[in-house]
Design a protein around this ligand. Structure first.
Ligand code: ACO
Length: 386
């Protein structure tokens, strides 16, 4: 027997796709990203059919149940959302214990996990529609509670008479939300609700496939969304735009960033090889919602970034993604940058839970294999000899 450490013999198989690119890992009727065409479809509806026309609750019903609701179904869903906006004291106490400089994504992840641990009666069974509504309604309540506690303010209990977008703003700021704020927020939430098998949705489905509970699946999904390659980018877009400062500085700033190997936040996408349709809708909203100065800075930065990326990365087809104009829209609504990623999660909680329901309805444990590239024939050396 050989004592040398040798690598496995090379195989003739084609290389495995890096980052599972192009690999189909689930079947879904919920949404699809047509990457080459730059189209997004929710259960058969192009996103342009829904954005600005359908409410958060209507689109949530579409994803969870499969159809747009009739009036009675919508009233019932709104009532259930309204009844699920109160957090147990133990969850509020847990959020109170966090340092005020905690990342709101960490606070959200902790809050979702706490809800699962505290409200065991609600989230212990196999995930179902009522659990999905209950947990999705708790997302904005958790965030708004943390947002107020970190400013030394007491939480504002949720209101059953408001819709999700209105109530989120009400719980955050404690005042009656204005239509010029809640309407763009609602459209943003509809646009971000689902997006095929993105990294956080895949995470939720993997967790659900082990017969775990809904709170665990969505806790894991929040963790996956946190990274800047996924949902963590819009805060960094705002940082980038603030660092650029003025339209005159755009070219020098972007050139220097690319010269030093930085990635431009809000550009590029694993699936879209054309403009992200959500970016197109959000650009129009940003023009209306943000100040003319901020929109001019955003638009000049976008135009110059696209030209520079085309020049520096020819053939990579890097376009504006959803995160770029999300920053302008969410800032105009009154949210600080670090609340952008968890506000994305308020929307995606619906998509994640819809995927969990779909996964459990046809479940098979998701358990892929790795390609072992290590050695196979080492022998043990006792500690005294090492
Ligand atoms: N700025 C500069 N270069 C970029 C950018 C960018 N934003 N995005 C991709 N590239 C370059 C890469 O450097 C690479 O160049 P190379 O081939 O010379 O090495 C090439 O384009 C391909 O990049 P990959 O990393 O292979 O592309 P991938 O599909 O893995 O990445 C991602 C997609 C992570 C979104 C990437 O475009 C990126 O980091 N963008 C900036 C962060 C961002 O905006 N994230 C939000 C994504 S949207 C969402 O998840 C909701």
């Amino acid at each position: 027997m050989s004592h040398s450490a040798t690598a496995p013999a090379p195989t003739t198989e084609p290389p495995k796709p890096n980052g599972l690119e192009g690999v189909v890992a689930a079947s879904t009727e919920l949404s699809h990203v047509f990457g080459e065409e730059g189209r997004l479809v929710y259960r058969g509806y192009d996103i342009h059919e829904l954005a600005g026309k359908a409410s958060f609750e209507e689109v949530a019903h579409l994803l969870w149940v499969g159809t747009l609701p009739n009036r009675a179904e919508l009233a019932d869903l709104k009532e259930k959302f309204g009844a699920n906006r109160i957090l147990p004291d133990a969850v509020i106490d847990g959020l109170r214990a966090l340092p005020e400089n905690a990342n709101p994504m960490d606070a959200l992840r902790t809050g979702v996990s706490l809800v699962g641990a505290v409200e065991t009666g609600l989230f212990d069974d196999e995930p179902d529609l009522d659990e999905a509504i209950a947990l999705a309604a708790r997302f904005p309540a958790i965030l708004a509670t943390f947002f107020r506690l970190r400013q030394g303010k007491e939480p504002v209990p949720g209101r059953a008479d408001l819709n999700t977008a209105q109530n989120y703003l009400y719980q955050l700021f404690g005042t009656e939300p204005e239509e010029r704020h809640w309407k763009p927020l609602e459209t943003y939430l509809v646009l971000l609700m689902d997006h095929g098998l993105n990294a956080s949705t895949f995470t939720a489905r993997v967790i659900a496939s082990t017969d775990s509970d809904l709170s665990s699946a969505l806790t894991g999904a929040v963790g996956a969304l946190k990274g800047p390659a996924h949902g963590g980018a819009p805060a960094k877009v705002l940082d980038m735009l603030n660092a650029i400062g003025t339209v005159d500085n755009v070219d020098a700033w972007l050139t220097n960033a690319l010269d030093t190997g930085e990635r431009l936040m809000g550009f590029g996408h694993r699936v879209y090889k054309a403009e992200d349709p959500r970016a197109e809708i959000l650009r129009g909203m940003a023009e209306t919602a943000s100040t003319p100065e901020f929109f001019a800075l955003s638009k000049t930065t976008e135009d110059r970034a696209l030209a520079l990326l085309d020049e520096r990365k020819p053939g990579r087809r890097l376009y504006t993604n959803v995160e770029f104009y999300s920053a302008a829209v969410l800032a105009a609504v009154g949210l600080p940058g670090d609340m952008f990623p968890p506000t994305f999660a308020v929307a995606r909680a619906v998509g994640w839970s819809a995927h969990v329901l779909e996964q459990v309805a046809h479940n098979r444990l998701i358990r892929p294999q790795s390609e072992y590239i290590g050695v196979t024939d080492k022998t043990f050396t006792p500690i005294a000899d090492r």
